[in-house]
Design a protein around this ligand. Structure first.
Ligand code: ATP
Ligand code: MG
Length: 276
């Protein structure tokens, strides 16, 4: 599952690590691939990612096997992370001249033999070659949308990119899931944005939205997800509920009948005009 939105700070990383931890706590084996040079997902999972650590950069640029960079997350059984280091900042340019530059992550994942139920890929806030690698490797796209003004701006470009990758490189790819983040039920703006997103995307939008919560934003500074930092908090419970909803829908399970259904619905929505 590719967690993407080229708008910065909308909750991609927070969603990736907390959904991954929720799925692992439900008993799944989950790998988080940190594909952002900022390395925020690695930090939030308490994974060492200083410059010398073998990382996803080595996988993409030097064809190192994924199994040689994956580390277990200490606090959560069944959760693993392929970290990103600052080297990855150069990969966007270094990849340009490499063979099969768009499908290097896909190849690395195909060669990874450990049993897994889910792979979540945290993308950087851009639509460059790193995000393209994620989209070629993935089966589904999860778009976190922050319930703020300008939330839908840029979304049309993201959807067009998904369509392009589907057309040329990965015929299975589709937007399966939209998650509303940083929802503040006290403001009219948040509910207006939520209504607008739901009317554009319908079924793809999870019923559960993630509230704005101080506990969620504090957790990364302790190298933890909110699921271990404060398991009873509203933020933790909402990510658990979102994960449960995804598991029930069969999101992330490639050949599930419901998945095919979601894909058909998306085809109607992905051409929605009027989203900038
Ligand atoms: P980038 O585009 O830089 O990768 P991002 O889309 O990954 O950003 P995050 O890093 O997940 O976004 O979140 C941006 C900021 O908002 C972070 O400081 C994070 O702690 C905070 N944040 C995310 N979700 C919530 C929430 N539900 N409640 C409060 N703060 C949140
Ligand atoms: Mg991020």
């Amino acid at each position: 599952m590719v967690v993407a939105n080229q708008k910065g700070g909308v909750g991609k990383t927070t969603t990736t690590v907390n959904l991954a931890a929720s799925l692992a706590l439900h008993g799944a084996r989950v790998l988080v691939i940190d594909l952002d040079p900022q390395g925020n997902a690695s930090t939030a999972l308490g994974i060492d990612h200083h410059a010398e650590v073998p990382s996803i950069y080595d996988v993409l640029v030097d064809s190192k096997p994924l199994s040689e960079v994956v580390q277990p997350v200490v606090d959560v059984e069944g959760l693993f992370c392929a970290p990103a280091t600052i080297d990855l900042a150069g990969a966007e340019i270094e990849l340009v001249s490499l063979v099969a530059r768009e499908s290097r992550l896909q190849r690395a994942i195909q060669a990874y033999e450990q049993p897994l139920d889910y792979i979540l890929i945290d993308c950087p806030p851009s639509l460059g070659l790193l995000t393209v690698n994620a989209m070629v490797a993935g089966a589904e796209v999860l778009i976190p949308i922050q319930c703020e003004y300008y939330a839908l701006e840029g979304l049309g470009q993201l959807l067009r990119n998904v369509d392009l990758v589907r057309g040329h490189l990965n015929p299975d790819l589709h937007v399966s899931t939209i998650l509303l983040t940083m929802y503040d039920g006290r403001t009219r703006l948040a509910s207006q944005v939520a209504d607008e997103v739901r009317s554009h995307f319908g079924e793809e939008v999870l019923r559960t939205s993630i509230p704005r919560s101080v506990r969620i934003s504090e957790a990364p500074s302790y190298g933890q997800t909110v699921l271990t930092y404060d398991p009873g908090s509203s933020g933790a419970l909402s990510y658990l509920e979102a994960a449960r909803e995804m598991a029930l829908r069969g999101v992330g399970i490639r050949y599930d009948a419901q998945h095919a259904h979601a894909g058909t619905q998306l085809d109607q929505h992905s051409t929605v005009e009027g989203i900038q």
